[in-house]
Ligand binder design. Structure first.
Ligand code: PLP
Length: 223
């Protein structure tokens, strides 16, 4: 996927892709939140999207987000920041202070660290439990079999569980993995489904995604 050189044009194109897939699936376009994943891209690349009205952004590293977003947020207080990358427990407090949603909650120790940070700060970001939907050794996310226990742990800790998140295996048809994540969410009465990236937004939306996380189709390739 290459992004158009004009970010507002890329934004319109991605929104159009979402709208077309939503229409095909008989879903409201407004039921799908587009998260612009700005990781590795500088503030200068983010500005045109802000000017075009985009307000939901994703980052994958706490430290990088701390460098880029506090100043931008003073000018755009309605921005919502999503953490989409793996989170170390020792960064939980900083993540809770900065992010409005955390998409990578995948183990009991992290649930405990997040709960402690929330108690201390009074902030309560939306939490998506990440599932290792393709059972891949190198990927984050809890095993499918461990999801019920992790959901119980998260509920008992008082986390605001918004839904499930997954990144399907690369280079294979993602639809079965999206469908499985949607089934798991349904089984547990969860509404949020964070799935779909630049290459598979349409498939994800047709499988029920409520949050798509799009980087390169908006910002161009990462270095
Ligand atoms: C980088 C990233 C994305 C965006 O990927 P693109 O293919 O550039 O759209 C989405 N989700 C996660 C978890 C990521 O790390």
């Amino acid at each position: 996927m290459t992004a158009d050189s004009k970010p507002d044009v890329s934004l319109a194109a991605v929104r159009e892709r979402i709208a077309r897939a939503a229409a095909l699936a008989g879903r409201a376009t407004a039921a799908v939140t587009l998260i612009a994943v700005s990781k590795t891209h500088p503030v200068e690349a983010i500005e045109p999207l802000l000017a075009a009205g985009q307000r939901e952004f994703g980052e994958n590293r706490v430290q990088e987000a701390q460098g880029k977003w506090p100043a931008l947020r003073e000018r755009f207080p309605d921005v919502r920041l999503h953490l989409v990358g793996q989170l170390q427990s020792n960064k939980a407090a900083e993540a809770v202070a900065l992010f409005d949603a955390i998409h990578s909650v995948d183990r009991p120790s992290l649930v405990a660290a997040l709960a402690a940070a929330m108690a201390k700060t009074g902030r309560s970001p939306d939490c998506f439990l990440q599932v290792n939907i393709g059972d891949e050794a190198q990927k984050g996310g809890c095993a499918v079999a461990d999801l019920p226990a992790l959901l119980t742990t998260a509920a008992e800790a008082g986390l605001a569980v918004a839904g499930l998140m997954a990144v399907p295996p690369a280079e294979v048809e993602p639809a079965p993995y999206f469908a499985l994540l949607a089934k798991l969410a349904r089984d547990h009465g969860l509404n949020g489904l964070s799935m779909g990236m630049s290459g598979d937004v349409e498939t994800a939306v047709m499988c029920g995604a409520t949050h798509v996380r799009v980087g390169s189709a908006l910002f161009g390739a990462r270095a």
